[in-house]
Design a protein around this ligand. Structure first.
Ligand code: NI
Ligand code: MN
Length: 226
């Protein structure tokens, strides 16, 4: 069993096999989150890129729980410089097996900085659970044709931004689903701030009308078990 909790924005928790993994844990400053950082006991934190709405509480949680922060080389180094005890610097294309699952960084078309400092390439993440479930968290990205290559991994779940302005809009995200062919899609990175207001039900109808993927719309704080 794998449980995905949508914390809000692009922040999720993946639970399974006795492990808790947080991706992009933007919690305490997240205007839509119902959780607090204290609600989580992560065994690992994975970051897609260095923007504040993704790094969030990563360093504080890593210090508190003495857990690794897995990110692109420059961003992991930055987290280490801020006191994260176990930074793991990877890079695009890399695949590393950990005790809590396997992390594969894919490309993303975006930018990545923190307080004006370069944080390396932005990435997407293919996380494979100990049960073999493949979860693609695209990070912030524009649509790109090589999502079809990522889809060749055989994805169970894709978490895709639909907010527009900073990332794909819902129309582009439907094309992303056509390329990725995941079994399930969870829309993220919308309705957190005024510029990224979207209707996820319109996206769900479009995806389910045009593809065989099923869309699971989660409100912040909600979970789904796979
Ligand atoms: Ni961003
Ligand atoms: Mn973002």
């Amino acid at each position: 069993m794998t449980r995905i909790t949508f914390i809000g924005h692009s922040a999720i928790e993946i639970q399974g096999g006795g492990f808790s993994v947080l991706i992009d844990p933007f919690i305490s400053q997240n205007p839509v989150a119902v959780h607090k950082p204290e609600d989580f006991k992560p065994d690992a934190i994975i970051l897609s890129h260095g923007h504040a709405d993704h790094v969030g509480d990563a360093v504080a949680l890593a210090k508190k729980h003495n857990c690794p922060v897995v990110a692109v080389f420059e961003l992991a180094g930055y987290c280490g410089s801020q006191g994260a005890p176990k930074p793991v610097g990877m890079n695009t294309g890399g695949v590393t097996k950990f005790e809590f699952g396997t992390v594969h960084f894919t490309q993303a078309f975006h930018s990545s900085s923190f307080n004006g400092q370069y944080m390396g390439q932005p990435c997407g993440i293919v996380f494979t659970t100990l049960d073999g479930m493949k979860i693609y968290h695209s990070g912030d990205t524009a649509l790109f044709g090589d999502m079809a290559l990522i889809g060749k991994h055989g994805l169970d779940v894709a978490l895709l931004p639909i907010g527009s302005h900073f990332t794909m809009d819902p129309e582009a995200a439907v094309i992303a689903v056509e390329l990725l062919k995941p079994k399930f899609v969870i829309p993220v990175h919308y309705n957190t701030f005024p510029p990224i207001k979207q209707d996820a039900q319109v996206f769900k109808r479009a995806v389910e009308g045009r593809t065989s993927s099923r869309v699971i719309v989660l409100s912040p704080g909600e979970s789904h078990e796979f």
